[in-house]
Ligand binder design. Structure first.
Ligand SMILES: [Zn+2]
Length: 343
């Protein structure tokens, strides 16, 4: 099979011809049609994530099972599948509560310690594969189907986790990025009023197209004031921060109205300072969120299959052009999601 391999972090991808993987006991092999390219895996490429090398990265796949190993009963050859990329043991307290994202047993993760989707074939422990529901065209719409399981599932988890209610005012910070655009869509689906907060003017239109009711320029002098104005003085009910710098977090917190929730899931992960008095007086909450549970991924696939929302994939490249798409990701130039195509 052909694979784009990262031999070390922050080096160009190398197109390698590798032996086709064979399914061992408990494993399955799938043919990959497309693989999403987002910031999560750009962090791996750039050496900012705990991965081991050499590695085939990528976890947002649209694929079809071509081989199942001994003991695998839940998959059949020909099943259309995607991938749950976190390592969940299935038996710790958090897995039992369907919170696989905080599983306490650190098993290998797809694209980090297990080879992922930047290849023609992918071999994984069978439990990583999620069967696609009927109604998703995993070949014809391979790029879009591939990214649902992260680009839309991560926002779907946020609306559940932060308990976004109809008519609430939701601000999405970093709204023009790969997850931000899809967060706008899913918050609209949840019947919220959505304010997109974005620094890059070229992304304002995409935010509106995704459904944003208002767009706030984060380069402005008084972003808190602008957000208060945009909410009619009420303050924001839920701020969802995909940037998570000190400035963005402190700004988001200050713009919360009574009962407000600040959700942080951006990569910066900086420290920030907020007032305990504001917490108390307005009964605020700060939540950390990462990825989604397996069931939330399956729910998201089912919702996309019946047409509730659909991913925005704006750029698709052949497998061999992985470097091109990662250069664009590194410069934050991709609007919505990009993907690689293997067919
Ligand atoms: Zn677990």
């Amino acid at each position: 099979m052909k694979a784009m391999v990262l031999r070390a972090p922050n080096t160009p991808f190398v197109l390698e011809q590798r032996p086709d993987p064979k399914a061992g006991p408990g494993e399955a092999v799938a043919r990959v049609f497309a693989c999403g390219a987002g910031l999560t895996i750009e962090h791996i490429r750039a050496g900012r994530a705990p991965a081991t090398f050499p590695r085939i990265i990528g976890h947002e796949i649209s694929a079809e099972i071509v081989e199942v190993g001994a003991g695998v009963t839940e998959l059949r050859i020909g099943d259309p599948v995607t991938c749950y990329f976190y390592a969940s043991c299935g038996h710790c307290r958090w897995c039992r509560e369907n919170r696989q994202t905080i599983c306490t047993n650190q098993n290998p993760r797809v694209g980090y310690q297990l080879d992922g989707g930047y290849a023609e074939l992918i071999k994984l422990p069978a439990h990583h594969f999620l069967k696609l529901p009927k109604g998703l065209d995993h070949k014809g719409k391979a790029a879009e189907v591939a990214v649902i399981v992260d680009a839309l599932a991560t926002p779907y988890k946020v609306v559940r986790y932060a308990k976004v209610r109809p008519l609430e005012q939701v601000a999405v910070v970093g709204a023009g990025g790969g997850l931000g655009i899809h967060m706008i869509m899913v918050a609209k689906w949840a019947k919220a009023r959505v304010i997109a907060v974005e620094r890059s003017a070229v992304k304002f239109d995409a935010c509106r197209k995704a459904g944003a009711d208002a767009v706030v320029d984060a380069t402005g002098n008084d972003v808190v004031g602008t957000l208060m104005e945009a909410t009619g003085g009420a303050g924001v009910d839920v701020v969802i921060d995909f940037v998570s710098s000190q400035t963005s977090l402190e700004t988001g917190f200050a713009a919360l109205g009574p009962g407000g929730r600040l959700v942080t899931l951006g990569g910066s992960g900086e420290e920030f300072k907020v007032s305990a008095r504001a917490f108390l007086n307005k009964e605020l909450a700060v939540l950390g969120s990462r990825y989604a549970s397996k069931q939330e991924c399956l729910d998201t696939l089912a919702l996309a299959a019946r047409g509730d929302f659909w991913p925005m994939v704006t750029e698709v490249y052949p497998l061999a052009e992985a470097d091109k798409v990662h250069a664009r990701l590194a410069r934050a130039e991709v609007i919505g999601r990009a993907a690689l195509s293997m067919v």
